[in-house]
Design a protein around this ligand. Structure first.
Ligand SMILES: NC(=O)c1ccc[n+]([C@@H]2O[C@H](COP(=O)([O-])OP(=O)(O)OC[C@H]3O[C@@H](n4cnc5c(N)ncnc54)[C@H](O)[C@@H]3O)[C@@H](O)[C@H]2O)c1
Length: 274
């Protein structure tokens, strides 16, 4: 194994949105990035945008063996793993009684097992090195209730629990762990809707609903820059943007108020159902 001078980062879901912006921001700072995504054409395009030593990988984060093999190959090539961004994710939304078990399994497989696979592959490598930073993408929906997005909230709460617990376990062994919890960010996810094959009849309009609750979507490049700044401070739970941080803190002090706002937002969104 050759110890490279350049820091390295492996980014899942790097073909679009937050992952793409992170990959580009990291590459611009001199980091060797691997952009891994289910959508290989998108990953390749981002690697070209990053230029330099960036590479791409076709990867389904639901496949634990493929995640392990992909990360190990990247480390064998570059000699080190500074950052593991477990960022790939999907959204599934609607009324709980309209979502059959396959929908819950789908989102748990991607948003929770996908993150866990990255952690289980990267953590031993980082322990051996004695350094490294695992960065899991959850959401503001991982820190409070997200009615009509309950499957999503379920997975994101689990990612927060995984990350904040592992952070303490890993600290004395040289490995950092952070979890990113943004409010709405301007990415294709806001308009992607539910996977068609799940047959979920009605779903809230994510963009409208989240904007009403937490303000307009946050520009994705600003989000990536703010994440990297927070990582340099080794922030544990990275809540973005500032107004979401304020809402999160107020919500912890006044949970009844959060519930009241949620009830009114749900009633308003349901009124759009035809
Ligand atoms: N956009 C937001 O408002 C927002 C807010 C909070 C948290 N997040 C989280 O940020 C992360 C990135 O989301 P985004 O907004 O950039 O979405 P996006 O849809 O723009 O990008 C997600 C990427 O993940 C990839 N992906 C999906 N399933 C995959 C799989 N099984 N294996 C590998 N790659 C897969 C997609 O191909 C896509 O390139 C997600 O975890 C999401 O839940 C997004």
């Amino acid at each position: 194994m050759v110890m490279a001078a350049m820091p390295t980062a492996f980014v899942t879901g790097g073909g679009s949105g937050i992952g793409r912006a992170l990959a580009k921001a990291l590459a611009a700072r001199g980091t060797t990035v691997c952009i891994a995504d289910l959508n290989v054409a998108a990953a390749e395009a981002v690697a070209r945008e990053c230029g330099g030593s960036a590479s791409s990988l076709a990867l389904d984060v639901r496949d634990a063996d493929a995640v392990k093999t992909g990360i190990e190959a990247f480390v064998a090539e570059n000699g080190r793993l500074d950052y593991m961004f477990n960022n790939a994710g999907i959204g599934i939304a609607g009324e709980v009684d309209d979502i059959a078990l396959p929908g819950w399994q789908r989102i748990v497989d991607v948003n929770l097992y996908g993150v866990l696979h990255g952690v289980l592959a990267a953590y031993p490598i980082m322990l051996k090195q004695g350094f490294g930073h695992i960065v899991n993408t959850a959401s503001l929906a991982g820190l409070g209730p997200a009615p009509l997005f309950t499957p999503y909230a379920l997975t994101k709460h689990a990612v927060v629990g995984l990350s904040t617990s592992l952070r303490i376990e890993a600290a004395s062994r040289g490995v950092r762990v952070s979890v990113v919890c943004p409010a709405a960010v301007e990415t294709p996810l806001l308009d992607s809707g539910n996977p068609g094959d799940l047959g979920i009849g009605w779903a809230p309009d994510a963009r409208r609903f989240l904007t009403a609750l937490a303000g307009p979507p946050y520009p994705v490049e600003t989000c990536a820059d703010d994440i990297l700044a927070a990582l340099s401070r080794n922030t544990s739970v990275i809540v973005l943007p500032g107004r979401a941080r304020l809402a999160w803190r107020l919500g912890r002090l006044f949970p009844a108020l959060v519930e009241k706002i949620g009830l009114s937002a749900v009633a308003k969104e349901r009124s759009t159902r035809v």
